[in-house]
Design a protein around this ligand. Structure first.
Ligand SMILES: Cc1ncc(COP(=O)(O)O)c(C=O)c1O
Length: 373
């Protein structure tokens, strides 16, 4: 962060600490807005964490409030209902579903299940590396395969990297930070072939935002194939990142295997998160709205990049990864000067990721960025 931003943030944060927002203000009836209770001063635009600026929906907010009446009880019945709702949506049974505190916790369980005995996890690099880095910390090697020359997740490369030491293959679809989606038929055939030999984890955090949405999911493979695990989250299209709720879709045998590493077998989920997630699954209108607005925002950014000649990767997610060379200074620093937070990666110099926020936020990003191209 620039000194300016840090100083301003600090001053404003101190002021905010004294002014605790009343619940009635937090519980806004206006639909599709997400304001208040923010640790960030007003005016800072957060496009650095692939969050959903439209969430949580009104239905999810109400569900959180309703769940408070049961906050003195353990969340078992909320969890059971959520598993049923997810199962219904996926044409599977609740036994095919494991709820976790965000899909991050699921990644941890997968890391423990397959990485504790050493060996190798095979995955492309760069990708979303939480589980891979964790497995490494557990003593398992991450066999890194580069992306293809067009930045696609390299399924052939993964195939070549697998061997007698392989404990798990990790596929991120769409990938983060590239946003690029793997063609569904290719991934399906890869999963079917590889899972005969190795467990395959498919991270589908952004799948609902891809052109064909959940039709591109590998979830339909899990019932007949215990070696395929699909990871999903309520953090992205549903806008519940702060409530920490994710899930695995897998064969019941595999769900049991993962659940054995889940302390309390699921007691990391709160009633509020589970009830909000149930509300999200019943709120097709908000999901469609959220998806449409995010795709519109993505298209706005891509159109501006096209106009400026900025190279970017074709994204199927709620962010766009672009090349810095058309900018007069580092885009992260430039945007900080404009009170807009975006993100770059040490391992991928010369490129930057912008997450998709509201239409107004994307307009602000585009007009700010234009000053530096
Ligand atoms: C590809 C991918 N998987 C998983 C996650 C973890 O998300 P969460 O723990 O909020 O479900 C993220 C977060 O950004 C992600 O980008």
């Amino acid at each position: 962060m620039t000194t300016n931003l840090s100083r301003r943030s600090w001053l404003q944060r101190s002021a905010m600490a004294a002014a605790i927002l009343p619940v009635s203000r937090w519980y806004q009836p206006d639909q599709y807005t997400s304001k208040s209770a923010s640790p960030f001063p007003a005016g800072i635009i957060r496009l650095n964490s692939n969050e959903n600026a439209y969430g949580p929906s009104e239905a999810a907010r109400e569900a959180v409030m309703d769940s408070l009446n049961e906050a003195n009880r353990y969340p078992r019945h909320f969890m059971a209902s959520l598993r049923e709702e997810i199962a219904r949506r996926e044409n599977l049974t609740p036994e095919h579903i494991l709820l976790t505190a965000g899909s991050t916790e699921l990644l941890g369980l997968v890391g423990l299940t397959y990485g504790l005995q050493g060996g190798e996890v095979v995955a492309c690099h760069p990708t979303f590396d939480f589980m891979l880095a964790y497995a490494e910390r557990l003593g398992c090697n991450w066999a890194r395969t580069p992306l293809t020359s067009t930045y696609q997740y390299d399924l052939n490369g993964l195939d070549k990297a697998c061997g007698s030491n392989t404990k798990l293959i990790f596929v991120c679809n769409p990938n983060n930070p590239t946003g690029i989606e793997i063609p569904t038929a290719e991934l399906q055939s890869f999963c079917e072939t590889q899972s005969k030999k190795y467990p395959v984890y498919v991270d589908e955090a952004y799948i609902e935002l891809s052109p064909n949405g959940r039709a591109s999911s590998m979830a339909s493979l899990v019932d007949s194939n215990p070696n395929i695990i699909v990871g999903r989250t309520f953090s992205k299209v549903h806008g519940l990142a702060g409530l920490r709720i994710g899930y695995a879709i897998a064969n019941p045998v595999t769900i049991e295997l993962l659940a054995n590493f889940h302390i309390g077998r699921g007691m990391t989920i709160s009633s509020a998160s589970a009830n909000a997630a149930i509300a999200c699954l019943k709120d097709a209108e908000f999901e469609a709205y959220s998806r449409r607005k995010i795709i519109e925002g993505r298209e706005m950014v891509c159109k501006a990049f096209d106009k400026w000649g900025v190279e970017y990767m074709p994204s199927a997610a709620n962010f766009v990864f672009f090349r810095n060379d058309k900018f007069s200074m580092d885009p992260v620093e430039a945007m900080e000067k404009e009170d807009i937070l975006i993100r770059s990666y040490d391992y991928w110099p010369g490129w930057t990721r912008v997450s998709i926020g509201t239409t107004e936020e994307m307009e602000a990003f585009i007009s700010a960025a234009q000053k530096y191209v």
